[in-house]
Design a protein around this ligand. Structure first.
Ligand code: SAH
Ligand code: SF4
Ligand code: F3S
Length: 440
């Protein structure tokens, strides 16, 4: 029997695509390989968002060269965003790669495999929209009770630093009927939590005309068996009052918002083309907090954007102090070829950016720890997700506000909602005790 091995880089969208690829391969009779060395087919699902993300793939391709040398029959394929960006260049630079499939092209795997097995090299990258005819029943999901469900593909925003819109194409919403059918199917299989995915979920339905994200959430809320609904990523400019009211009103929708701020300085926000000022962003957070006091927020920050000066950095620092996010993903700006910002002047040395990065990291660490301390003694509803690999007597799971909690418990509880009393605050996680099963 032929074995496959997939390595996934990048965002949740990629993780979701890898689950589809695994499903396609298993339909063809492949089985998963525990070790890359034992695989007949190795696939890299790649990300181009920062140079660092691409370097990881180059490193992996280097390792695979040795594997191919030992076993020339192994097939190596690269797909995802980096495949879309680099096209033939990947095979030119790494001749042991057998095929390159651009965004959304993994659907062609069955034909591609037939051809490469005959010894042909293939590069398929022409742009077209996400395949409609995907049979989600065959998706091989990582979890039995949680599922990612993409609702919109692509991005129309073209923030000046970002390569995603060039690689993932124009926004395209999935047919709501198809989404509902998929989630009903998932619920029938025991899934209790769904996370709706999109580069910009607030844009859902704009291209369809008669539905928006709030409407879709309300439809999903009706599905029996689904207990928690999450969604990401939101664009701060597009969050509507209707959406906020819907999240406030419908209990299954988690009031956790991933709202990338990117920078606290208006000058930089403008250069990034984000379409909001810091004041507007802060007003949005305040509005959500006033309607949903328990709301939690995560964000992305780009440190040291082209042309950023100390004053801009201090504005971002002030923003983090003011808003006190629950999670902040920090990344040092990485110029991406072909994006407008790659041509902007960027005189600040990397060392300075690194120092800024560390300063923000330290600040955020304190904020998160403080927030964790404030949860001590509280009872939280946690979906038990997995055994803690570092302590097999412990399970871990997440609260509604996406805090990671560890607690003693048997693995038979995995997939259940539990009431957990928080007993210890750590730097990046919480510890708790089971009080009982939760009614959700
Ligand atoms: N659609 C989402 C996610 C885009 S990529 C959004 O709009 O936020 C995820 C994050 O990567 C972005 O939020 C941004 O903070 C970061 N990012 C994108 N391009 C980058 C670049 N060139 N350098 C550094 N970080 C970048
Ligand atoms: Fe990139 Fe901006 Fe689109 Fe997010 S909204 S994917 S940062 S262009
Ligand atoms: Fe990376 Fe593509 Fe996602 S560039 S962040 S894998 S959309």
């Amino acid at each position: 029997m032929l074995k496959y091995y997939i390595v996934t880089y990048g965002c949740q969208m990629n993780k979701s695509d890898s689950e589809k690829v695994a499903g396609i391969l298993e339909r063809l009779g492949y089985i998963p390989s525990q070790q890359v060395e034992d695989a007949d087919l190795v696939l890299l699902n790649t990300c181009s968002v920062r140079e660092r993300a691409e370097e990881k793939v180059f490193g992996k391709l280097g390792e695979l060269k040795k594997i191919k040398k030992k076993n020339p029959k192994v097939l190596i394929g690269v797909f995802g965003c980096m495949a879309q960006r680099m096209k033939e260049e990947l095979i030119e630079r790494f001749p042991h790669v057998d095929f390159v499939l651009g965004s959304y092209k993994f659907i062609k795997l069955p034909e591609v495999l037939e051809k490469v097995e005959e010894g042909k090299k293939l590069v398929i990258v022409e742009e077209d929209p996400y395949p409609e005819d995907l049979d989600w029943k065959f998706v091989k999901r990582e979890s039995k009770f949680q599922a990612w469900v993409p609702i919109i593909y692509g991005c129309n925003n073209f923030c000046t630093y970002c390569i995603v819109p060039y690689l993932r194409g124009k926004e395209k919403s999935r047919d709501p009927k198809d989404i509902i059918k998929e989630i009903e199917f998932l619920a029938s299989q025991g899934v209790v939590e769904v996370t709706l995915l999109g580069q910009n979920v607030d844009s859902y339905g704009k291209d369809l005309g008669n539905i928006d994200l709030a409407d879709l959430l309300i439809e999903i809320h009706k599905i029996e068996g689904i207990k928690r609904i999450r969604f990401l990523t939101s664009h701060p400019r597009d969050v509507s009052d209707k959406l906020i009211n819907t999240v406030a009103q419908y209990p299954k929708i988690c009031a956790h918002w991933h709202l990338p701020l990117q920078a606290g300085s208006d000058r930089i926000l403008q250069k990034m083309g984000r379409g909001y000022s810091y004041k507007e962003y802060k007003a949005l957070i305040d509005k959500i907090r006033s309607k949903i006091p328990k709301a939690s927020f995560s964000t992305d920050i780009i440190v040291g954007f082209a042309g950023e000066i100390e004053e801009d950095f201090l504005a971002t620092k002030k923003a983090l102090e003011e808003i006190r996010f629950d999670t902040v993903n920090l990344a040092i700006y990485s110029p991406r070829p072909g994006t407008p910002a790659a041509k902007f002047e960027d005189p600040i040395p990397y060392e300075v950016k690194k120092k800024w990065f560390e300063e923000l990291e330290n600040l955020q660490r304190k904020i998160v720890y403080d927030k964790n301390l404030s949860m001590l003694g509280k009872e939280e509803i946690v979906l038990a997700e997995e055994v803690n690999p570092k302590n097999l007597e412990e399970l871990s799971g997440r609260t509604e506000n996406y805090r990671l909690v560890f607690f003693k418990g048997d693995k038979s509880l995995i997939g259940k909602f539990l009431k957990i009393k928080i007993t210890e605050a750590r730097l990046w996680s919480l510890k708790g005790e089971i009080v009982g099963e939760a009614e959700v």
